[in-house]
Design a protein around this ligand. Structure first.
Ligand SMILES: Nc1ncnc2c1ncn2[C@@H]1O[C@H](COP(=O)(O)OP(=O)(O)OP(=O)(O)O)[C@@H](O)[C@H]1O
Ligand SMILES: C[C@H](N)[C@H](N)CCCCCC(=O)O
Ligand SMILES: [Mg+2]
Length: 221
């Protein structure tokens, strides 16, 4: 196991946060200390005068050790839009994120980093999510929501990761559409078309049970 993973997805709302928490649970069950990071988040709420993101709060709650919010989520934006728009006045600086990431790495065996939206979402005028994963030097996991359109999105995301020269550690199938036709066949199709391991299949689950979800990685990670 490398000392971290970067969790991206085929889109926003595909299950990256649940997958990241399930991976944290899995590595904790193996005896590792784990911290989760969501460096850039848009769609934050003001709590006690400070912007807070629900994904980041969940990652903070699930860390092996107490971690200050600003290290989990250094860039928190109010508007639920692409971060280069939400953060136009105070854009993310990748070097700053790297420094915090390195500090977190000194405090845990494994640091898992959740992206924002999909792989090519712009973060500022010059960089996007793929650049963030590259500067952090982490292998990438793709979270794929198994719904109509996912084959195309999964292939495009995988191809873009490969093209950028980054390692793809595998992908996770999230069965979030209970009415999806030919679900198994869709998963098999992506499996055959992506040259990276299927790390786990998450069943449909109205409320997250992270112990159940983490069991998906028992044989692969
Ligand atoms: N296994 C599942 N079964 C059913 N629904 C699911 C499952 N996983 C995720 N979902 C649904 O998808 C929603 C989005 O999941 P999640 O918040 O993890 O997505 P995300 O990719 O992290 O989104 P964002 O881009 O906002 O960070 C959940 O709130 C839930 O409603
Ligand atoms: C607010 C939302 N939940 C995400 N944090 C932001 C998703 C940005 C997607 C941008 C895009 O690809 O068009
Ligand atoms: Mg999320």
């Amino acid at each position: 196991m490398t000392k971290g993973l970067f969790i991206t997805g085929t889109d926003t709302g595909v299950g990256k946060t649940w997958a990241t928490v399930a991976l944290m649970r899995h590595f904790k069950n193996q005896g590792h200390t784990v911290i989760g990071m969501k460096p850039v988040a848009s769609g934050c709420l003001e709590i006690d005068g400070k912007l807070r993101n629900e994904d980041a709060l969940l990652l903070q709650q699930n860390a092996s050790i107490p971690v200050q919010y600003e290290w989990v989520n250094p860039y928190a934006y109010r508007m639920p839009v692409s971060p280069h728009l939400a953060g136009a006045e105070h854009p993310p600086v990748l070097d700053d994120i790297c420094s915090i990431f390195q500090t977190l790495q000194q405090n845990a065996d494994i640091v898992l980093v959740e992206g924002v939206g999909g792989w090519r979402v712009p973060l500022n005028a010059d960089s996007d999510v793929s650049d963030l994963a590259r500067v952090l030097g982490l292998p990438v996991v793709i979270v794929v929501a198994i719904r109509l359109g996912c084959i195309n999105h999964a292939r495009l995301t995988y191809e873009s990761i490969v093209q950028s020269g980054q390692a793809c550690a595998g992908w996770i199938a999230v069965c979030s559409d209970n009415n999806m036709l030919l679900r198994e066949e869709n998963i098999a199709t992506i499996k055959a078309m992506i040259d990276a391991p299927l790390l786990g299949v998450f069943p449909f689950m109205p409320e997250p049970d992270f112990d159940d979800l983490s069991a998906a990685f028992e044989k692969t990670l």
